[in-house]
Write a protein that binds this ligand. Structure first.
Ligand code: BGC
Length: 401
């Protein structure tokens, strides 16, 4: 018989929203992504331009997060800004990011800091990117430069979605645009470099008292759709599990989930016209988060805590965002009730932002006018604030089934 229990989220559970530097700051001119946006080499539709101007307006963003009642904010430090030329870290940029960390603390927001979120300095890409000879040493130089500003920070994501980074590298090698469907395997050379960069960053971060470090994986939720268990497990290993395995023994792993990937007899089955889809073309599948949490926990065992570092939906229908998020968080609550150690939920994203080549998909709890940069808090953001204050009342009993 169905039982209804109040949603039980442990004390200290992190409730927040996430962003990434290139997607919100604007004018990230020393990065490879900026370069590709402007020279057309990656076939991107839109330029990031001023983005949300969060490089200047971050205090306003943090005020919004605080006023909604959130207790955490995830953002990334931009390598291309901190090390605009190899061997010459910028003290002014480090001071900028230190102010953001302190800005979070002053507002009661736990900073969750990402060191690498997709973009590389343009000079590194010119040298050959992650597989170039000096890449690992360059990343170490960057991490060393950042260490002093991390004082007091408890959560650091070394590399965001290494599986996506390696996948995008493979696409670019083949001359395919970033937006084309997920059909090619991640680049093994880039994967190996990222694994080394991550291990090295964790070693360096161990010098920061109290810090927990880990990386975040884009969980694709690979499901058998006629391919059979062996082939499904192979695909899952290639795009998810090999990256989860690296996290064994880390202080935590970031879970990021949006949809699922079905594998049929002749390969990946893309969502068809009969499937409900979101603005990114992904299947509307709010169970993604619970699936990803359970899969990650099963793969890594009980000793690696989980932190949901991203989950959300690109939609212009804010009620749909509420419905999707409500279902996703209900699934998270079920996983918690089953004893899975999840430390927080960080929604993607605080702001409508630059979605890696396009301004069209809107993931934000908050809309941003692209000319005045005025922020407008959406009803979903207020709903999310209410969820944080009273999950049981807002979700209506997540153990109900
Ligand atoms: C990335 C974000 C991105 C989001 C939605 C994740 O892959 O970390 O930067 O905007 O998904 O596509």
């Amino acid at each position: 018989m169905a039982t209804t229990q109040p949603a039980a989220f442990p004390d200290g559970f992190l409730w927040g929203a996430s962003t990434a530097a290139h997607q919100v700051e604007g004018n990230n001119v020393a990065s490879d992504f900026w370069q590709a946006e402007n020279d057309g080499s990656w076939g991107l539709a839109d330029r990031s331009g001023d983005a949300c101007d969060s490089f200047h307006r971050w205090p306003e963003d943090l005020d919004i997060a605080r006023d909604l009642g959130l207790n955490a904010y995830r953002f990334s430090i931009e390598w291309a800004r901190v090390v605009p030329a190899p061997g010459h870290p910028s003290p002014a940029m480090l001071a900028h990011y230190r102010r953001m960390i302190e800005g979070c603390e002053e507002r009661g927001l736990t900073p969750v800091v990402t060191l690498h979120h997709f973009t590389n300095p343009a000079w590194l890409t010119a040298e050959g990117g992650w597989t170039s000879d000096g890449a690992i040493a360059h990343f170490a130089e960057y991490v060393r430069a950042v260490l002093p500003i991390l004082d007091g920070v408890r959560w650091v994501c070394t590399i965001n979605e290494p599986n996506m980074v390696a996948f995008m590298a493979a696409r670019r090698k083949q001359g395919l645009g970033d937006g084309s469907p997920f059909l090619s395997p991640p680049d093994p050379g880039v994967t190996a470099a990222l694994v080394r960069a991550h291990a090295q960053a964790r070693e360096l971060l161990a010098a920061v008292p109290g810090v927990r470090s880990g990386w975040t994986v884009a969980n694709q939720n690979v499901q058998d759709h006629g391919a059979g268990p062996d082939r499904t497990a192979e695909v899952s290993y290639l795009i998810d599990d090999q990256y989860l395995d690296v996290a064994k023994g880390d202080d935590f792993v970031g879970v990021q989930a949006y949809s699922r990937l079905r594998v049929g007899e002749s390969g990946i089955v893309l969502p068809g016209p009969d499937d409900r889809r979101t603005m990114t073309g992904w299947e509307y599948y709010p169970a993604a988060l619970e699936d990803a949490i359970r899969h990650t926990a099963a793969r890594l065992g009980a000793s690696t805590p989980l932190l949901v570092t991203e989950n959300g939906i690109a939609t212009s229908d804010d009620d749909e965002r509420i419905a999707y998020t409500g279902e996703a968080v209900t699934g998270l609550a079920r996983a918690l009730a089953d004893g899975i150690d999840v430390r927080g939920y960080l929604h993607w994203s605080l702001l409508d932002n630059y979605e890696w080549g396009s301004w069209e998909p809107t993931f934000g709890l908050v809309a941003v006018d692209r000319t005045t940069f005025r922020r407008t808090v959406k009803p979903s953001a207020r709903w999310f604030g209410q969820l944080v204050r009273d999950p049981a009342a807002t979700l209506g009993g997540p153990a109900a089934s």
